[in-house]
Design a protein around this ligand. Sequence first.
Ligand code: LHQ
Length: 258
Amino acid sequence: MNPILFEIKGAIAIITLNRPEKFNAFNTEMASALQETLDVCENNKSIRCVQITGAGKAFSAGQDLSEVVDPNGPGLKKILSENYNPIVKRIRNLSKPVIAVVNGVAAGAGANIALCCDVVIATESASFIQAFSKIGLIPDSGGTYFLPRLIGFQKASALMMLGDKIMATEAERIGMIYKFFPDEIFYKEANKIASTLSELPTRGLALTKQALNFSLEKNFEQQLQIEDGLQQEAGVTNDFKEGVTAFIEKRKPEFSGS
Ligand code: LHQ
């Protein structure tokens, strides 16, 4: 069975983590396939929005623990440097919006991969677990970077130590995710968001993403400089011209993504 399913619907790419019997836990094969698929999304100009979701009941239970205990397995160091770090870097550097469509439990690296996406939505019955402490590990896949920035240091610290299960409703309330939706309408709402994002000025969104990436580490003065540079780039896109022209002509803009 292919560990990653990939579908392109118009300008939207849908990536499905596909090891449902293991709650889409990551082994090396699935991690490599996800990296390759993210590269396809980067290089295919017709793709203007990427969704990541899980097959079956779970989004992802994080690392496949049977690979960790396998004496012939890759070992922790390789798993981080070759599997997870390249995935989260690709997501943050992808020049198109990435939506985590969290359809069920997201645990360990599965949770943190979701949380590094540009827009995180979850179905009401989904949950998030920083499962690492329960097996003596530290949170990885960018979790110690993003979670305190999303929900504050104290909440992040407690959730990472206690490993509590946070339901989607609570995750939305504390700012861990963008929104949750009732299960019955979840995929419809996910498609609406993807569709909206795929019709926006893709270049402008990529530059927004770059600005946000910088904002996580730069000071105010530096960030103003960064905005200045990136705005110059946005200002020469076709979509900027189209957006302003459409506004003046009182019509709906048609953005090409360029
Ligand atoms: C699994 C897994 C799983 C294999 C469910 N592996 N089979 C980075 C660096 C290097 C090494 C280590 O890791 C990392 C990053 C990490 O992600 S560390 C954290 C790894 N993940 C976990 O510790 C989570 C382990 N899973 C769970 O706690 C539970 O399964 C959750 C809370 C996700 C779901 O609980 P339930 O709804 O009760 O489902 P379940 O436990 O019955 O799981 C369903 C099946 O999926 C089951 O298989 P089975 O054949 O018994 O039906 C599980 O064995 C399998 N599965 N997680 N990580």
